[in-house]
Ligand binder design. Structure first.
Ligand code: SF4
Ligand code: SF4
Length: 118
């Protein structure tokens, strides 16, 4: 989903006026996008004079760090302390969890490609 970098946004409301889905509002001089309303048309990217509307891909490093921090937190529990076997089993479970997301994404993309040809 598009997202707004609060430090780059001046609250000019240009994107609010141009958004065809009424998905953007400005609060305290920063634009916010309501993901439930956004139809991903890309207009906000095009109209923003400050390039404050950013793309999903830029969040990958941040999301990876958040995932790693989540696993680190679990590993810091006494349950895993010094137990290589338990730690290894957790890693396998977590890997399965993320691989499931890959499968969901692949299958979704397959369906969407078929839908585009309808
Ligand atoms: S992508 Fe389109 S619908 Fe979504 S917030 Fe931007 S202008 Fe609105
Ligand atoms: S057009 Fe850009 S700077 Fe103006 S409110 Fe929207 S995101 Fe912020």
């Amino acid at each position: 989903m598009p997202w707004v970098n609060g430090e780059m946004c001046t609250g000019c409301e240009l994107c609010v006026d141009e958004c065809p889905a009424g998905a953007i509002s400005v609060e305290q001089e920063v634009a916010h996008i309501d993901d439930t309303l956004c139809i991903r048309c890309g207009v906000c990217h095009d109209v923003c004079p400050n390039e404050a509307v950013r793309h999903d891909g830029e969040r990958i490093p941040e999301e990876v760090e958040s995932n790693v921090a989540w696993v680190r937190r679990m590993l810091s529990n006494d349950y895993y302390s010094g137990d290589t076997e338990k730690r290894g089993a957790l890693m396998e479970r977590v890997e399965r969890y993320f691989r499931k997301d890959i499968k969901v994404a692949e299958k979704t993309i397959e369906r969407l490609r078929a839908m585009a040809g309808d």
